[in-house]
Design a protein around this ligand. Structure first.
Ligand code: A2P
Length: 285
């Protein structure tokens, strides 16, 4: 596939298509000034991003919607140019809550539709107003639902998922890999015992050859394997940097070298919920 900044979509079986590179928008709401997400999404759209990954639980979905609407109003894009992915939170898994929750998201975004709506995590929490419902001991109250749906998958050079990728290839399933840069390494939800991906000597050495950063090499590796990536950045320079991955390509030998970096270790383990009956990461995929 010839990937360019203007054309890097993978066709889906329903006739739609998904851009291989998207902007992730999760940042700790306590530490991120209001408006940062709005400005970042606008910069991303100006840079050429057409895929934005967001969620109700990121507390900034209204800013994402506003950025998209402002860029439409400016005439920079049309709604159909953008691929927006929203997510159903853990407290809304019962089937009767799915539609109203999606409608709430559309209201927050002030958009007529989302392009993809996925289950944020397979671990349901007790429905209600609390996003993190807790019992008197401070433990999250779980909820049982019959889970039968799409699942998104961590994927990067330290967690290359060869088996899952092969299965999906055989069955024409597109993977969206989250944490393609190895996360923000926030110890409250990230397993930081695995070394930082972007310090990897092989990624850096390959980057040097092409005058690219380790981040650009990691992203290029994923899209060259057909894995959609959604690197999060709210830094204008890095938003642009992460889009500059269509003007070089990795050789087969380099792809193999990067594949060999696999450590089979997840950054996002969510061990605090490992006693949930739907905890997904004990199984091999
Ligand atoms: P920032 O928003 O300040 O750029 P992931 O997408 O794997 O979760 O990684 C996101 C983390 O990586 C964020 O902390 C983000 O910070 C940082 N990041 C994004 N792009 C780059 C880059 N090109 N180089 C280094 N760090 C990056």
């Amino acid at each position: 596939m010839n990937l360019t900044a203007e054309s890097h979509r993978i066709p889906l079986s329903d006739g739609n298509s998904i851009p291989l590179l998207g902007l992730g928008t999760y940042a700790d709401p306590q530490k991120t000034p209001k408006g940062t997400c709005l400005e970042s999404v606008k910069i991303a759209i100006d840079t050429g991003y057409r895929h934005i990954d967001g969620a109700f639980v990121y507390y900034n979905e209204h800013e994402v919607g506003q950025a998209i609407r402002e860029k439409i109003a400016e005439g920079k894009i049309k709604r159909e140019d953008i691929f927006y992915c929203g997510k159903l939170w853990n407290t809304c898994h019962p089937p009767e809550l799915v539609r109203p929750t999606l409608e709430k998201t559309l209201k927050i975004l002030q958009l007529d539709y989302v392009d993809l709506y996925i289950i944020e995590l397979p671990m349901a929490f007790k429905p209600g107003d609390a996003i993190y419902p807790k019992d008197e001991n401070g433990k999250i109250i779980y909820h049982e639902t019959d889970l039968c749906a799409t699942w998104e998958v961590e994927c990067h050079p330290y967690f290359t998922q060869p088996k899952l990728l092969e299965y999906c290839r055989q069955h024409d399933i597109v993977i969206v890999g989250y944490s393609p840069l190895g996360t923000s390494r926030d110890e409250t939800w990230v397993n930081v015992s695995s070394p930082p991906l972007l310090k990897d000597p092989v990624l850096n050495a390959i980057g040097k050859k092409y005058n690219k950063t380790a981040a650009q090499v990691a992203l290029r590796f994923s899209i060259q394997r057909g894995v959609v990536v959604i690197p999060k950045s709210f830094n204008p320079q890095r938003i642009r940097e992460n889009f500059q991955i269509f003007d070089f390509s990795l050789t087969e030998k380099e792809m193999k070298e990067i594949e060999a970096l696999n450590k089979n270790v997840r950054y996002v383990e969510l061990l605090m919920w490992r006693d949930h009956p739907e905890y997904p990461f004990s199984d091999e995929y």
